[in-house]
Design a protein around this ligand. Structure first.
Ligand code: ATP
Ligand code: MG
Length: 343
């Protein structure tokens, strides 16, 4: 493991890893057109990490150099709701980062039913991560915020990944930028102003719009525009249409209204009408506090409560969550508490 890597970035800015630095057992955890992600243990640190390798098409010298420059910046970012970047690997080019054992939110939304308090908390945690990136000087724009880039740790807490890897300046015009994002499957998260001919570079409100679609997908556990082609989505979004709020399940708690209000402000057609994350984060904080399980559940003393046969002893079912818990967040039952596997 070297700390004195590429000449363009000085020492101490990031670590340069080599293949030899890792154990032999590489487990593939994700694959896309642009590369693969592996789970592998670093010999020296004895730490399991994720290695995101880029495919041959993006492994050219200039791309690699750009990637090193990016990682040298993002590697310094440390925050609870942001995936830590440890460094880069030179051959083949790869980013080495914190391993997130519960995979992506994208996968979780399709495989499990999330309870309302967990949806609220996840939305708040995404806002925390995004607010942190935007509060940097200058703001670090994500430009690729989507459930596949929201990863989950062992306790299903959220961390944002792959921030700052897409740079608008690298494309010669908006059409190229949109095409690149569409190939990645990101069309739904692109705000309407990007579809106009104006060449204004995206600002923080780009990410705010993407966040609103992520919110909708968390609340509904559906995809915003399933099966729609690029032109249809483009026309819809440009004319001010948005995913239907009616799709949010009927059993929503009343606090959901406030969350929907935030979502609708975040997807305003005029980007200047969208709130900054510094405002949103205060609102999502208050709302997730309201639905926080420890505040609304008491250990069950009344034996007449009917519990599911697999409920842990001493637990009481909460009508709003349709789940049960002792009120503590440190038990192995955290998964039972917040979600159930889809049929
Ligand atoms: P994009 O390239 O636009 O970010 P993507 O997020 O769909 O697209 P990858 O970033 O290559 O694709 O990630 C693919 C999958 O690999 C993720 O959905 C996730 O399941 C897994 N993955 C990525 N990073 C990590 C990580 N740090 N820890 C654990 N799994 C990860
Ligand atoms: Mg990703």
């Amino acid at each position: 493991m070297s700390t004195d890597p590429a000449d363009s970035c000085g020492p101490e800015k990031f670590r340069l890893f080599q293949n030899d630095d890792f154990e032999a057992d590489w487990v593939k955890v994700g694959e896309r057109a642009f590369g693969r992600v592996y789970k592998v243990k670093l010999k020296l640190w004895r730490e399991t990490c994720a290695v995101k390798r880029f495919s041959a098409s993006v492994s050219g010298t200039s791309s690699y150099r750009r990637m090193i420059e990016e990682v040298s910046k993002t590697g310094k970012i440390k925050f609870n709701y942001i995936v830590s970047v440890y460094g880069v690997c030179s051959e083949p080019p790869a980013v080495v980062m914190e391993y997130m054992s519960s995979g992506s939110l994208d996968a979780l939304l399709t495989t499990h039913d999330l309870m309302w308090p967990k949806k609220f908390l996840m939305i708040h945690e995404v806002t925390m991560g995004m607010n942190f990136l935007h509060s940097m000087s200058p703001p670090l724009l994500h430009l690729n915020l989507k459930p596949a880039n929201i990863l989950l740790d062992h306790h299903l807490h959220v961390k944002i990944s792959d921030f700052g890897l897409i740079k608008w300046e690298e494309f010669s015009n908006n059409t190229e930028f949109i095409e690149h994002l569409t190939v990645r499957g990101n069309l739904s998260y692109i705000p309407p102003e990007t579809f106009t001919q104006s060449c204004d570079p995206p600002g923080p409100k780009y990410d705010v719009y993407s966040f609103s679609i992520v919110m909708w997908e968390i609340l509904t556990q559906k995809k915003a525009y399933p099966g729609a082609n690029m032109m249809t989505v483009l026309m819809k979004v440009s004319s001010g249409k948005r995913p239907s709020v009616e799709k949010i399940p009927d059993d929503q708690p009343q606090e959901c209204e406030a969350l929907v209000d935030i979502m609708q402000r975040c997807w305003q057609q005029d980007s200047s009408d969208r709130p900054p994350f510094s405002d949103t984060v205060r609102e999502t904080e208050a709302l997730s506090e309201l639905l926080k399980i420890p505040d609304i559940l008491q250990p069950c003393k009344d034996k007449s409560h009917k519990l599911p046969s697999n409920a842990p002893r001493g637990f009481k079912r909460d009508p709003r969550t349709r789940s049960f818990d002792s009120g503590e967040d440190n038990s192995e039952n955290s998964i039972i508490k917040f979600l159930s596997k889809k049929d």
